[in-house]
Design a protein around this ligand. Structure first.
Ligand SMILES: Cc1cc2nc3c(=O)[nH]c(=O)nc-3n(C[C@H](O)[C@H](O)[C@H](O)COP(=O)(O)OP(=O)(O)OC[C@H]3O[C@@H](n4cnc5c(N)ncnc54)[C@H](O)[C@@H]3O)c2cc1C
Length: 416
């Protein structure tokens, strides 16, 4: 059933008793043309675009827990394309363009809100760097506006511009960037993929990757062996574990990142604001809570929970940027497992194992990439070769040295 005003009125008259399930709950079949591991945003988007763009519908998405229980439902929902390097910017801009039509495309309101993302600059050097980044973005067809300190003050009155420890010198604004409702993204993509015939199988953990003569033949799961012509990994924080099952050691580490939400208040921050003197980002949810986060917890782990020093560090950053935040009560905080690559950029790629494809290394920024990543990964799997947009995001770059070190922090994932 398509969601529409007409259907909403019809269901209202019937007391909302006629809505069908948003997606089926099928048992796994003996085999599929393509098996995607991981029902997060990237796995679901890949399955959707495999069916929609390439007509490949004999597809299963296998999820060890429940759909959307991973990072897709744990992030701070920031969507942007303000990258600098030629290998990154066209990919993220393509993703942003897909976001702009996503709700209509999948017939599900993902609440994409183009409220703008404002990066604050705290030194003359940062203003110069942002000017360079903005020019690079515009050369790739993205939008970017350099703001003066007074323009920043006008846009975000809650900032402490006069007494702050780190003075604000200006900012780089991407007006088309913003936020989306993360759970809706998972649910909408699941519903859209399911409606095209994709089987989404929850509570089905992949425990092994079956191979014969260097080629993938299927996966071992907690619900039995499933044959597969091709297997795509989209397991975010568990990327290294799954790759290990196929004998691959990846340039990826798993780290923890926490997110925070306060009690709901009246509108206070009407765009996403990032703080470049530390590492901190804040926005306000439609419900009214301030949603924010900062840096990784600083140690490797697969446990989706964080430690107290990271909480203190984050709150300190919040206080130096917007002291009024200190009067709010923190409602919840939670953690997710981040797949940090060694140059800070993602991997959407074929692997040395024939028929096995890899989507991972998303670091802090995979949510914004969800539609673009699924679109490019589907292309790579269907055609057995990367699209021009994800060719620079190959696994081989770590062998050849063509790294995409956007942050210039080298192979130190904790500093990306
Ligand atoms: C606190 C936090 C804040 C963030 N903020 C932002 C942000 O503001 N903007 C942004 O762009 N990005 C952000 N990110 C990053 C972003 O959320 C991730 O990069 C992105 O969601 C990862 O892709 P995914 O949605 O497919 O991952 P996930 O939702 O984690 O999906 C992977 C799935 O694979 C499943 N899986 C794992 N192992 C197996 C197995 N063996 N068998 C079957 N299934 C398996 C998992 O259960 C999981 O559901 C943030 C992340 C965190 C943790």
């Amino acid at each position: 059933m398509r969601y529409s005003l007409f259907n909403l009125i019809g269901q209202t008259m019937r007391g909302h008793r006629g809505w069908p399930r948003a997606w089926r709950d099928p048992d796994p079949k003996a085999g599929y043309d393509v098996v995607i591991v991981g029902a997060g945003g990237h796995g679901l988007a890949t399955a959707y675009y495999l069916a929609k763009e390439h007509g490949i519908t004999n597809v299963a998405v296998l999820e060890k827990g429940y759909l959307g229980g991973g990072n897709v439902g744990r992030n701070t929902t920031i969507v942007r394309s303000n990258y600098e390097l030629p290998g990154n910017e066209p990919f993220y801009e393509h993703s942003l363009k897909l976001w702009e039509g996503l709700s209509q495309d999948i017939n599900y309101n993902v609440m994409f809100s183009q409220r703008g993302v404002l990066n604050l600059a705290h030194s003359d050097g940062q203003v110069d760097a942002f000017a360079r980044r903005g020019n690079g973005m515009r050369l790739h067809g993205a939008d970017a506006v350099l703001l003066t300190r007074e323009e920043v003050r006008e846009r975000v009155p809650a900032l402490d511009l006069d007494n702050a420890r780190f003075p604000v010198r200006g900012g780089l604004l991407q007006p088309r960037a913003g936020t989306a409702r993360h759970d809706a993204v998972a649910w909408g993509l699941a519903r859209a993929a399911d409606s095209l015939g994709v089987d989404i199988i929850q509570n089905c953990e992949v425990t092994g990757i079956a191979r014969e003569n260097g080629r993938v033949t299927g996966v071992e799961t907690t619900r039995g062996h499933i044959k597969a012509g091709k297997v795509g990994l989209a397991v975010a924080g568990h990327t290294t574990k799954l790759a290990e099952m196929a004998g691959l050691r990846l340039p990826v580490e798993s780290h923890l990142l926490q997110a925070f939400v306060t009690e709901a208040i009246k509108p206070m921050v009407d765009q996403v604001v990032t703080f470049a003197a530390g590492h901190f980002y804040i926005s306000q949810s439609d419900h009214g809570g301030l949603v924010f986060g900062s840096s990784l917890d600083g140690y490797n782990s697969y446990a989706a929970r964080g430690n107290m020093p990271a909480v203190e560090h984050t709150i300190e950053a919040a206080m130096s940027l917007m002291p009024s935040v200190g009067r709010l009560r923190l409602l919840r905080h939670w953690g997710g497992v981040m797949d940090m690559s060694m140059d800070g950029s993602p991997i959407i790629s074929k692997t040395p194992v024939e028929g096995l494809y890899l989507n991972g290394g998303w670091c802090y920024g995979g949510f914004k990439a969800t539609p673009g990543s699924g679109w490019c990964f589907a292309h790579t799997i269907a055609r057995d070769e990367p699209h021009a947009l994800n060719a620079p995001l190959s696994l081989e770059r770590f062998e050849s040295g063509h790294l995409l070190d956007e942050e210039s922090t080298g192979p130190f994932p904790n500093t990306h």
